[in-house]
Design a protein. Sequence first.
Length: 122
Amino acid sequence: MPSQMKLSAITLDCSDPLALAAFYQQATGLEPHAKSDADFAALVREDGLLIGFQRVAGHKAPSWPDQAVPQQLHLCFDVVDLDEAEARLLELGAAKPDHQPQEDRWRVLTDPAGHPFCIVRG
């Protein structure tokens, strides 16, 4: 029987790790990792899950929904009120693509580095 695996980290490529960490910190309320710097910044959830942001030279933002530059992954966040969460995230620097597959159930937004993420009525 294989050993169980526990997800411990998710890391996003970007050109400015500190700026992207600041966006997600404001969006989620997660605590910054003590050893964040200009090349790698991270946020930590109470259960230890880390969301990391690593500097990649020449990073190209995903072009969702067009796949010229694939999204590679996306994060989903449960929210109570879609409209309220969307407005708050847009104020923080997120963008809203025109293409919204099921806007009444979830919204696709992009973070300041261009990564798509979803807010889902939780």
